[in-house]
Ligand binder design. Structure first.
Ligand SMILES: [Zn+2]
Length: 323
């Protein structure tokens, strides 16, 4: 009997193994099918939403990272009433936002919604701190401060064109990797500075970074995108505006020459024009501005953020606080 008993057990054991393998395959196949056909917004795990940095400075960019949702999940967000668009990033969803340089200091709501119909919503609080950016004195011809009726009319028309360009919200993210500097040079007037113009304080802070580089220096696109506006404007001189997608817009002012065409697709490093001193300036420099869905942010700080999110540093940040 023992002679037959052992092989029978072995036979049963192998049968069980075979059966369990078949059942596992069926279960996995069913799970796979469920994954393929279930509505995409369904969470795959517990949804976690991280905001970095929090607290943040006025004029700083921020990012929201959502884990636990499928990368293709339709997610909407807003910060301080301004839209946040999301894109897949290393198996998670990421959205960028900005604390405008003139935002009210204090707590602001950041909302994220996903799912069909009204969906699920989470509301978080982001604290914006004050930051001192300093003051600069600028002397220009008084005719560039007290405008003639013709110049005033001209600036109104130009403002309409720039507001339209800054309101561009292409659904797709057009940039990838880290942003690069448009020129290599010292920033002689940083973002956020209050400007005393011919002795009178201008209520609008400096909405870009001024790079002190010689006239004729080529200006490079900091990232991929599309040229949405070019022109010669009263204050900004020869200007180029690039849409990088999802509400991220960069702009380059006071050029001596524009080498980009409206509607043109741009690759990172492409030459947009040459540094000049057109518009209301005291000398040759490049003014580089960056907006995220209407929020004016500090371009060099944004470049550092794109460096961080494209390095491994991001996933290992100890300060990655969950909310
Ligand atoms: Zn400037």
């Amino acid at each position: 009997m023992g002679r037959f008993f052992v092989p029978r057990v072995k036979k049963n054991f192998f049968s069980l193994l075979l059966l369990s393998a078949i059942f596992s395959t069926i279960i996995v196949a069913q799970l796979g099918r469920a994954a393929d056909f279930s509505p995409s917004p369904e969470p795959v795990a517990e949804v976690e939403i991280t905001v970095l940095p929090n607290p943040m400075d006025r004029g700083a960019p921020g990012r929201v990272v959502i884990s636990g949702l499928r990368p293709e999940a339709p997610v909407k967000g807003s910060f301080d009433g301004k839209a946040i668009f999301f894109f897949p990033h290393r198996g998670e969803l990421m959205g960028l936002f900005g604390a405008d340089v003139m935002i009210k200091i204090g707590d602001h709501p950041l909302k994220v919604t996903w799912g069909p119909g009204p969906g699920e919503q989470r509301s978080l609080s982001v604290t914006v701190k004050d930051k001192s950016y300093g003051v600069r004195d600028i002397k220009v011809p008084q005719s560039q401060v007290d405008l003639s009726p013709d110049d005033l009319e001209r600036t109104k028309i130009e403002r309409e064109a720039t507001i339209k360009a800054l309101g561009t919200q292409s659904p797709d993210k057009l940039w990838s990797g880290a942003f690069i500097e448009p020129v290599n040079g010292r920033i002689n007037s940083s973002f956020g500075r209050q400007t005393r113009l011919n002795g009178i304080m201008n209520p609008r802070p400096h909405a870009g970074a001024d790079y002190l580089v010689p006239e004729g220096t080529p200006v490079k696109a900091p990232a991929d995108g599309k040229v949405i506006l070019t022109g010669n404007h009263f204050f900004a001189g020869n200007s180029v505006y690039i849409d990088h997608g999802q509400g991220l817009i960069s702009m380059f002012f006071h050029l001596s020459r524009i080498d980009a065409l409206e509607g043109q697709d741009i690759k990172k490093g492409d030459i947009l024009g040459l540094v000049g001193k057109t518009g209301r300036v005291t000398g040759a420099h490049l003014h580089y501005g960056l907006y995220i869905n209407g929020a004016r942010i500090d371009p060099p700080v944004f470049r550092q953020m794109t460096d961080t999110i494209n390095s491994d540093e991001f996933t290992n940040l100890p300060s990655k606080s969950k909310l």
